[in-house]
Design a protein around this ligand. Structure first.
Ligand code: FO1
Length: 310
């Protein structure tokens, strides 16, 4: 079993590459849920959906979220009714959120709802929300607190960030299968997702980080930064707000207690000495994933570092 920790867009690219190289039934994907939101009474799980759609071949790869070719007729009607429509739910995507919300209302857990959705979409990999309990990323700005999606989508990460915390995380428990997937992993991969708001909430669920520290098999991370800039999204801004050095070295330090190896950009080769001092082996390569070939090549490089999965 290969266990992967991921957020949405960046992680989905590497997972798409991995899906071409390994049997999907051998993949357990532990997903961030702290970006989840309730919109129009529906439970939306952006990262779970991005990963599920990617593996189902339904993802809009250009946007990095949602269903390819989706239409937005329902959203347009919601706008006419006077609702805010900055978070763009497509018509087909809506069916996923309706299904999840109905299942949750009927008493299913988020893991059970996620399994039902991925089975319906024919996805063979196991997709695990990190927790069935509600965890919510809160962004602290000089003008007060906002949710992650208000910061990320509505405000296009323009607001100054004074801090980030995960409401509810202290009381949360790992979802069924999460700790088992870590303990029984032949290897663990940490995707090039935002270390603060994508991987951060996963590591903050009590028991997850401790389980990762105990893993004796290889743990490989991929940096989401090139130089001081995130490949996509607000990782650099959020890392700075948390006092984390905005570089691949800062990422390595954030994971140094459990990661063995980190793939960094060739441009960051100069950081190798400082990363090695943290006890993390740096491997410089091309970490950009524009094309399907890039995704597959990077996945192969990660798998080569892991070696044979006994
Ligand atoms: N991201 C955007 O930038 N704009 C959107 O309108 C938007 C809508 C959306 C709808 C469903 C969904 O599953 C994801 C969506 N995302 C959108 C992506 C999402 O906000 C982020 O990619 C993740 O939360 C970060 O990992």
């Amino acid at each position: 079993m290969l266990t992967v920790l991921t957020g949405g867009t960046g992680g989905a690219k590497l997972i798409q590459g991995l899906s071409l190289e390994v049997d999907l039934r051998d993949l357990a994907i532990i997903c961030n849920t702290a970006d989840d939101l309730v919109l129009y009474g529906l439970h939306v799980s952006p990262d779970l959906d991005t990963i599920t759609y990617t593996l189902a071949g339904l993802a809009d790869e250009e946007k990095g979220w949602g269903v390819k070719g989706d239409t937005f007729a329902a959203l347009e009607s919601m706008r006419k009714y006077g609702w805010e429509t900055w978070f763009k739910l497509g018509d087909r995507d809506l069916a996923t959120h309706l299904t999840r919300s109905v299942l949750l209302r009927e008493g299913s857990s988020l893991s059970q709802a996620t399994s039902r959705i991925r089975e319906t979409l024919g996805v063979k990999a196991s997709i695990l929300p990190v927790s069935d309990d509600r965890i919510e990323t809160r962004i602290v700005t000089p003008r007060g607190e906002i949710s992650f999606q208000e910061f990320f989508v509505r405000d296009r990460w323009s607001q100054e960030v004074k801090g980030v915390y995960f409401a509810g995380v202290e009381r949360s428990r790992p979802a069924p299968g999460v700790i088992e997937a870590i303990q029984s992993a032949a290897a663990v991969i940490v995707c090039p997702s935002n270390p603060v708001t994508s991987i951060g909430p996963i590591l903050a669920v009590p028991g997850v980080r401790a389980a990762l520290r105990e893993v004796e098999r290889p743990i490989v991370a991929v940096s989401p930064l090139i130089g001081g800039t995130a490949v996509s999204g607000p990782a650099a801004k959020l890392m700075a707000s948390m006092g984390i050095e905005v570089s691949a070295c800062g990422v390595a330090r954030a994971y140094a207690d459990f990661v063995d190896t980190i793939l960094i950009a060739r441009e960051d080769e100069g950081l190798r000495g400082r990363i090695a001092e943290l006890g993390v082996e740096p491997v410089a390569t091309s970490i950009l994933m524009h094309s399907a070939a890039d995704k597959r090549r990077l996945a192969r490089e990660v798998l080569a570092l892991i070696g044979p999965m006994c």
